[in-house]
Design a protein around this ligand. Structure first.
Ligand code: PEP
Length: 248
C-alpha cells in the first residue's frame, strides 16, 4: 500500500458522550509525520456526531454518518437524517449500503437513491458491497457484486467522491476473514466491474472482523487501500494498533 491508506472506524450503535475521552491518543498519532498517509475517518452514531466534530477540530481526522435519507434537505420523515443535516454537523462522509441495513430491507435501489442524493450534497460515499454466506456457498459472489455495483451506482456520473468497502457479510462480526486468494480474487473482480463504469481508480477497502491481530495478514493483500473496522475500532488502543501495524 503506497498512497493514502484509509482507516474507517464504524462505531455502529455503540458509544456515549464519555467515549470522546478515549480519542486523545489517536489524535496525537494522527499528527505524526510518519502517519501522514493514514486517512482516518470516524463514523459514530448520529447522537455523537457533533461531539466528534468538535473533538476532531484542528485535526485531519474526518467524520461521517452511518446512513442518510434519500431526500437531500428536509422533510416529514420521523427518525431520519438527511445529507444536508450530515453536512451541517461537519460530516465529509456517509456510509451507505451496509449489510446491517440491507438485511433489514434496504434494496439496491434504495442505496442508489441515497448515494445520488448524498453526492449532490458533496458528501463522500463509503459504498458497502459484499456477499452473504449463502451466496458464497452458491458460488454467486461475483454476480452479487456485479449487481450491487451496477444498481448501486446507476446514474452516477462523477466517481471522484466514492470509496468502495468490500465487506463479505459472513465476515462481519464473526471473527472469520476470507483466505488471501479469495480476497484478492474478489477485489480484482470488483476492480474489473468498476473499470467498465469509470476510468477513475476508486479506493477499495476491506471490512469484516479486522483486528489488531489479523491485520498483519491483511496488509499483504494486493489491491486494497485500507480497512473498514467495526468492533475493534470501538477500542481506541486496538484501532491505533491496527494503524501502527499497517504503517510501520
Ligand atoms: C462493519 O460493520 O462494517 C464491520 C467491518 O464490522 P466488524 O469489524 O465488527 O466485523
Amino acid at each position: 500500500m503506497t498512497n493514502n491508506i484509509y482507516f474507517i472506524a464504524n462505531w455502529k450503535m455503540y458509544g456515549s458522550t464519555s467515549s470522546i475521552n478515549s480519542l486523545n491518543k489517536l489524535i496525537n498519532l494522527s499528527k505524526l509525520k510518519k502517519y501522514s498517509k493514514a486517512k482516518i475517518i470516524y463514523l459514530p452514531p448520529f447522537t455523537l456526531l457533533d461531539a466528534f466534530n468538535r473533538k476532531f477540530k484542528r485535526t485531519k481526522i474526518s467524520i461521517g454518518g452511518q446512513n442518510c435519507h434519500h431526500i437531500q434537505d428536509y422533510g416529514s420523515f420521523t427518525g431520519s437524517i438527511s445529507p444536508k443535516m450530515l453536512k451541517d454537523l461537519g460530516c465529509k462522509f456517509v456510509i451507505l449500503g451496509h449489510s446491517e441495513n440491507r438485511m433489514v430491507g434496504e434494496t439496491d435501489a434504495d442505496v442508489n437513491n441515497k448515494i445520488r442524493s448524498a453526492l449532490n450534497k458533496n458528501l463522500k460515499i463509503i459504498f458497502c458491497i459484499g456477499e452473504t454466506f449463502a451466496e458464497k456457498k452458491k458460488k454467486i459472489t461475483h454476480s452479487v457484486l456485479n449487481r450491487q455495483i451496477n444498481k448501486g451506482l446507476k446514474g452516477v456520473k462523477n466517481y471522484n467522491n466514492i470509496l468502495i468497502a468490500y465487506e463479505p457479510v459472513w465476515s462481519i462480526g464473526t471473527g472469520v476473514i476470507p483466505k488471501e486468494k479469495e480476497l484478492e480474487f474478489n477485489i480484482a473482480k470488483i476492480k474489473k466491474i468498476l473499470s467498465k463504469k469509470t476510468k477513475n481508480k476508486l479506493p477499495i477497502l476491506y471490512g469484516g472482523s479486522v483486528n489488531n491481530k489479523n491485520i498483519s495478514n491483511l496488509i499483504n493483500i494486493r489491491g486494497i487501500n485500507g480497512f473498514l473496522v467495526g468492533s475493534a475500532s470501538q477500542n481506541t488502543k486496538k484501532f491505533i494498533d491496527i494503524i501502527k501495524k499497517t504503517i510501520n
